[in-house]
Design a protein around this ligand. Sequence first.
Ligand code: AMP
Ligand code: ZN
Length: 474
Amino acid sequence: MKAMENKVRFYNTLTKKEELFVPNVDGKVSMYTCGPTVYHFAHIGNLRTYICEDIMEKTLRYVGYDVKRVMNITDVGHLSSDADTGEDKMLKGAKREHKTVMEIAKFYTDAFFSDCAKLNIKTPDVVEPATNCIPEFIKMISGLIDKGYAYLAGGNVYFDTSKLKEYYVLSNHSEEELLVGVRDDVEEDSNKRNKSDFVLWFTKSKFEDQELKWESPWGVGYPGWHIECSCISLKHLGEFMDIHCGGVDNIFPHHTNEIAQSESYLGHKWCNYWFHVHHLNDKTGKMSKSKGDFLTVSLLESKGYNPLVYRLFCLQSHYRKPLEFSYENLDNVASAYDKLVNRIASLNKDGEVDKEEFAAYREKFEAALCDDFNTSMAITVLYDMLKAEINDATKFALAESFDQVLSLKLTTAVADQKESIDEELSAFVESKIAERAQAKKEKDFAKADAIRAELLEKGIVLKDTREGTVWSKA
Ligand code: AMP
Ligand code: ZN
């Protein structure tokens, strides 16, 4: 069989340059995404990262790869500082809402996927909560101890970073700078042999009110956050992985620690490409759950925004640049979105697709995406195509094709909107008919007539038949 042409290029955090993507196995991609910590709603910053990862996955599929994507759900072990200090985030959520940790995890996992659905983010092929994988964590930690990469101190198990030739493989910064970055609430753990060592399994520290804990060879306790992604990716994607994704804040310490654990355990290079999305900021800086004051998809909806307008807002900027959120910009995108989907809805899709034009525009669209996922350029190709001298059927077919990646409901939004307006209208009229029937039963004919008149004013005509009242638009 002919080998697949590799044409996707993107910036690899590991090599710190843009590279041609070449998977381990021809035509197949294994991809791992750090999932949400489910102690609160995802904010639209988190969702920017998931939107950009969705674009990556869909681009890879669009150009012909067979992608297997895995995501974890962090429902244990993520402490409020990424460097193993502070309170467990899940426990914090449970206390805040007077619920159990598992209730909190279920509620916010469902909320996360509901937000993803609204943003047209595809659910990964495998989604695995950390609490499902305790035996796998114990196996990897035991292996690390056996190989001399981990040690027991004060009841906890730590990874010994001094055993590595190079620990800071993903970042350019100095050790001191990085350590300060993650420890605003510096609380030195005297059990650690080296400042950069991190916890694989907790027993003693932060143990007292921990709700979820498991038996282990080192005592009853719970896993550290970093070990979960190493184990879950190994479980589902094997020893050699193509792409690992996350937000830039995951580079250190989370992804740095994942590489340390996985490569020490496996004894070889683990993941070839690292993809990181820059942050969504508000006026005060990075949007974060811990700040408390953050924006959610539901909040945008309650203000009247279609969630896909936020998706388009994200696609108009490059994932490797920080993005500042403002309602003013979102309003501009909302009106551009309406114009765009109405323009496409006005196309006459009957007719023959011009195969040559279709192929030419598809190639331009692919080229934009293959150039480090340049989504704003891909959208420019869409606008250029809509303005071009080609027939409507070809334009419509191209819009449908581009939407496999953009996922903005380009060809269906207007019809969906009409349908939902019709549904709303129908529910309203039915409730008025029921109210009128009740008024008639109570011999309140004045009220019954008033309801008929009110509906007529809205363009709805009622007709009483033997089977009941039916309605139509005037
Ligand atoms: P968390 O639920 O906190 O574990 O984060 C889920 C994902 O969102 C991770 O990949 C983070 O790197 C990413 N993330 C966190 N804050 C932001 C932000 N302000 N903008 C973009 N991505 C973010
Ligand atoms: Zn992770």
